[in-house]
Design a protein around this ligand. Structure first.
Ligand code: ZN
Length: 139
């Protein structure tokens, strides 16, 4: 389960709308409660979408950005608990490409941006070889 403050959701919406018609992406930083199996979001950190050729329907994260965010999270006493990205004019469901690069024990927020306006969004987690919708609580 993912717990996420409302203002972080608003931030992702804003970034997604500003980035439209391209996919934007970033990291969700926070804490993990292993006893209750909850991820608690504390910050979001946008990184550049490295896929320039198909930025309208693909996203790629530079390993250097990954490292940078990991170091930042360490310094703040936080962990990378997930990744968010937008689907311009597409539903908030993971694509085949999303599945290919997914890792277990992470929250994958996908937000649909329709004609430049933030729409539905959901969080997904990898279960074996497929994505399942994750329960989300706005805090
Ligand atoms: Zn996607």
């Amino acid at each position: 389960m993912l717990k996420i403050p409302k203002d972080l959701v608003e931030t992702i919406k804003k970034q997604g709308e500003e980035g439209y018609p391209f996919e934007i992406c970033g990291f969700i930083l926070g804490e993990i409660n292993y006893e209750t199996d909850e991820r608690i979001a504390k910050e979001v950190f946008q990184v550049e979408n490295q896929n320039k050729e198909r930025a309208n329907d693909r996203f790629e994260i530079d390993p250097k950005d990954y490292l940078k965010v990991e170091n930042y999270a360490d310094s703040e006493g936080l962990q990378i608990i997930g990744i968010y990205h937008t689907h311009p004019d597409h539903p908030d469901r993971p694509s085949q490409t999303d599945l290919m690069f997914a890792q277990p024990d992470m929250s994958y927020i996908i937000m649909s941006i329709n004609s430049g306006e933030a729409g539905n969004w959901r969080s997904w987690e990898l279960k074996n070889d497929h994505f399942e919708e994750e329960k989300v609580e706005i805090i």
